[in-house]
Design a protein around this ligand. Structure first.
Ligand code: ARG
Ligand code: GLU
Length: 715
């Protein structure tokens, strides 16, 4: 009964008033959401958030790398982001002698800061609605293909005609599934140096066990600095570059938060899909997620067993394991959350009402009458392909040898290439080989590959087996361990040595060797099979889905003119706001909205890798040596709020009503991971790392107080 009531009450909230749901376009905030933000506790102006005429908060927020967010915290280009966002850079800088991942790293002055050739940060200079220019000359009668062609032509024209300075780059992206288009002018900085990172025992505390979970105690931050040329403009790395002077940086608040306090998150959310039809959710929750989860589980089990048995394998596979387990866990949570929300039924009810509305008007019936039946039919057609794709891309194609064989896909054209053209190609492949085999354990790999082949053959019909798989199937009669052991003894893709000697002899015997190599044959035949028997249909149906999405989005907006629709996340800068809030994960249980250092000490267990608290941290806790970072004698570590965030928001500044930095967004709670598809104000929480814990670690734990001194602290 209680459940039923909950459902009835929640329904209008989810679909009408939107609660704290939404990721808003900065230039539209003023028009739509600003009053509400003020009512809830924001004290500055809309121009303080985004402006092209004056320095504003957007000038202190960057896209960090390709999928995270970071923020400026000093007038010398000092930047904060998550530890898991800096992980790649920290790992690349780490050697056995200087294991910064394990021990942390702190530059005690600027000359010790480390450059990262592969890292960049991107500032938004300005954005503009270019819908009418992008859609110029397109009427409703053109085919989807003509439409796409015309749009790319228009986009190319707009880019060409834009008067932006050369140092900026321009991106034009669809919003609301192509009903609107916005142009983004970016400045990309390429000299970004590592300044500091806590040891993983702090920055990744709780590891994959606590990932996506609350209560949480992860000190998930790292510190970088942006460098510019002497004119303060972006430049390639140079020792002559100087710390970048940002137009704006965030003051840092030591005041903390209380429950119900206003918070906003400013960052680059990656992908959400809030306006999908029930058929899409059905495909996601009943086919895509379950199969992908099942396949990842097998790989995780094997990696885990081997990592537990060997410290060497642990180092080799911990990053791979973390990557695989991250979305595995997210999909599990997402499926569970969508089920609990009764998402498919909710969407169906919405669709029934929509269909009623469509029927009441003959013109509407003409344009929108077929959307839902067409969705139904196209998703039915997509379903078998989605399944096969799962067993390919989360299955057999995850094998590292098979992936490596992909480096040789253009080998035909190499036959005629001169040495001077081949050398750089081979140099790249040699470097990739070194990188791959450094972290490669053949028995772990083969156990996974064997099971992936088995699962493929158990689940996918033989018409999608390439020839070589058919012959393996026949020859080994289901004994995939033997099969993989034979293959891997024959292939050149099983060791760095073999790859190198193969490259050495490429001109003589190379082509023949490659054409006989079982892994290469498997790779090439799978690729051919995919390109011929799967991709054309997938492309055709996806293009149909794209077109339906655009029309359905427009239709939904007309159906509910009173509802404010925010565009799905697409890795462009957004504002989301909400409040500090706790939640009840299940009947009889309420989680507090914050965690503390005492909780870290509670979790301490030197025998469990994820919970091994560094001695220095325990010492500070024992002495209560907290400086000005404690609140009533307690160090707060993380807190939860109702800000609507997603992947990409990692590292985003979490700000109070005065625009001061309260912490760094780094995760969501497991019960709320379905918010990418359907937001539940009751369950969806973002997890913020309290900035006072960050400063405590920098200052007290690492002794890098000079970094705190660079910041503007509000006490
Ligand atoms: N769940 C967070 C996010 O989606 C953190 C991931 C990194 N941590 C990990 N243990 N894999 O990115
Ligand atoms: N950890 C995620 C990221 O890297 C943020 C968590 C989420 O998906 O909300 O962006």
């Amino acid at each position: 009964m209680k459940k039923y009531l909950l459902f009835v009450i929640l329904f209008p909230i989810v679909f009408n008033t939107i609660a704290d749901e939404g990721m808003w376009i900065p230039i539209l905030l003023k028009k739509y959401k600003f009053e509400d933000m003020q009512k809830k506790g924001f004290k500055l102006t809309a121009e303080d958030i985004y402006s092209v005429n004056q320095a504003s908060m957007k000038d202190a927020v960057v896209l960090f790398g390709r999928g995270c967010t970071g923020e400026l915290v000093s007038n010398e280009g000092l930047l904060l982001t998550n530890h898991h966002c800096g992980y790649g850079s920290i790992q690349a800088q780490s050697t056995v002698e200087h294991d910064y991942l394990r021990n942390g790293f702190w530059a005690m002055n600027k000359s010790e800061e480390l450059s990262n050739p592969k890292l960049s940060v991107t500032f938004l200079v300005r954005m503009e609605d270019v819908t009418s220019k992008v859609l110029e000359g397109i009427n409703n009668n053109v085919s989807q293909e003509e439409r796409a062609a015309k749009i790319s032509k228009n986009i190319a024209k707009i880019k060409k005609e834009s008067s932006e300075e050369k140092r900026y780059s321009i991106d034009i992206k669809p919003f609301y599934y192509g009903n609107e288009y916005y142009m983004f002018v970016y400045e990309v900085f390429k000299d970004v140096r590592l300044v500091g990172a806590p040891p993983s025992a702090i920055g990744k505390f709780g590891g994959d066990t606590d990932n996506w979970m609350w209560p949480r105690h992860t000190g998930d931050f790292s510190v970088f600095r942006i460098y510019a040329n002497k004119d303060n403009q972006s430049a390639e790395y140079s020792p002559n570059n100087v710390p970048y002077k940002p137009k704006k940086f965030f003051p840092v608040s030591l005041k903390g938060v209380k429950k119900d306090d206003f918070t906003m998150v400013y960052g680059f959310p990656g992908t959400t899909q809030e306006y999908l039809p029930s058929y899409a959710i059905k495909l996601l929750t009943e086919v895509e997620n379950p199969h992908q989860i099942k396949l990842r589980e097998v790989r995780m089990r094997i990696m885990n067993e081997d990592m537990t048995a060997s410290p060497k394998v642990r180092i080799q596979y911990s990053n791979k394991y973390a990557t695989v387990s991250n979305y595995w866990k997210k999909w599990l949570g997402e499926n569970r959350g969508l089920k609990r929300l009764n998402a498919i039924v909710k969407k169906q009810e919405f669709e029934n009402k929509f269909q009623e509305w469509v029927k009441t008007d003959s013109e509407r019936k003409n344009i929108y009458g077929n959307i839902l039946p067409e969705y139904k039919s196209v998703y039915e057609k997509l379903t078998p392909y989605t399944r096969i794709e799962a067993y390919l891309f989360e299955g057999v194609m995850t094998d590292e040898m098979v992936k490596f064989a992909g480096n040789f896909k253009d080998y035909q054209s190499w036959k005629t290439k001169s040495d001077s053209l081949l050398t750089p190609i081979f140099t790249t492949i040699r470097a990739r080989s070194r990188d791959m085999f450094k972290d490669f354990n053949i028995s772990t790999n083969n156990r996974m590959f064997s099971l992936m082949l088995k699962m493929y053959c158990d689940s996918i019909s033989p018409e999608y087996y390439p020839q070589i798989l058919k012959s393996w199937n026949k020859k080994y009669k289901g004994n995939w361990d033997n099969c993989v052991s034979d293959i891997s003894s024959k292939t050149i893709f099983s060791s760095d040595l073999n790859v190198n000697s193969f490259l050495e002899n490429f001109k003589n015997s190379g082509i023949k060797t490659l054409e006989k190599d079982p892994i290469f044959i498997f790779y090439a035949q799978i690729a051919d099979m995919y390109n011929e028997s799967i991709l054309p249909s997938v492309n055709k149906y996806n293009s149909k889905v794209d077109s339906l999405n655009r029309i359905y989005m427009k239709a939904q907006m007309e159906f509910q003119p009173e509802r404010l629709f925010y565009p799905d996340a697409n890795l462009t800068l957004r504002v989301t706001y909400g409040k500090v809030n706790d939640y009840s994960p299940r009947d009889g249980v309420t989680y507090d909205w914050f965690t503390t250092l005492d909780g870290i000490i509670d979790k301490d267990d030197s025998t469990i890798y994820d919970y091994d608290v560094p001695a220095r941290l325990k010492e500070l806790w024992l002495k209560k040596d907290y400086g000005r970072y404690a609140e009533n004698g307690v160090i707060k570590v993380c807190f939860t709020g109702s800000n609507h965030t997603t992947g990409g928001n990692s590292g985003s500044p979490v700000l109070n009503g005065n625009g001061e930095l309260l912490g760094l967004n780094f995760d969501r709670n497991w019960e709320g991971t379905m918010s990418d598809i359907m937001y539940d104000p009751d369950q969806c929480r973002n997890i913020t790392l309290d900035i006072r814990y960050v400063l405590f670690i920098i200052d007290k734990f690492a002794g890098a107080g000079h970094l705190v001194n660079e910041m503007t602290i509000v006490e």
